[in-house]
Design a protein. Sequence first.
Length: 198
Amino acid sequence: MVGILRSAVLLVFCLSVTQQAMGHGSLTPGDDVCLLRIGYLQAHFKIYLPRTRGHQQFCEDLPQAAEALFVMEYAHDSLAEMWIEFRIIREITGKKRFTREKDIAKIENLDSVTVSYHPPRREPDVYSIVHHFDEQGWYVGIITAKTEDESYTAVFPFEVGYTGYGYWPWVALAMAFFGFLLYFDSRMSKSIGRSIDD
């Protein structure tokens, strides 16, 4: 029984690590859209490729280089009163999906790697921008929400031209590992039981 409990705890740990791996920086995948964290503020975030994929929604990675529509719906009303700035840069740190705000801060000339910049503006309910990607590769979205006294930033790396299998291999690996632990635990329990009987 103790072994099974230990295995269950390990499974929860594996799944939590997998869940963390799923999110790119400030983005956390949800049922139909991503949850974007901008400091303590949150917004629902989704991307469309209207000319090539119609109404299909993407959370992070995009399957092809095309015209992309980024849409952010505020989960906190205070975002409607803030100045929102949106920048997309080429990912040059080499960290790809693990790029974080501290890595961006080390880039000396941000403008030199910027592929799209939208200066701060206020939007009442929904913030959106359009950018046409000419090349596949890794990019980083940087969203900054500002007031006169505060500034919060969200950083999310994403891949354009992503053709991988998504996150299911990680989930399958965690489940396979859990199955192995249960099998090993049952074998050990039987072995110990036989030793005691002898």
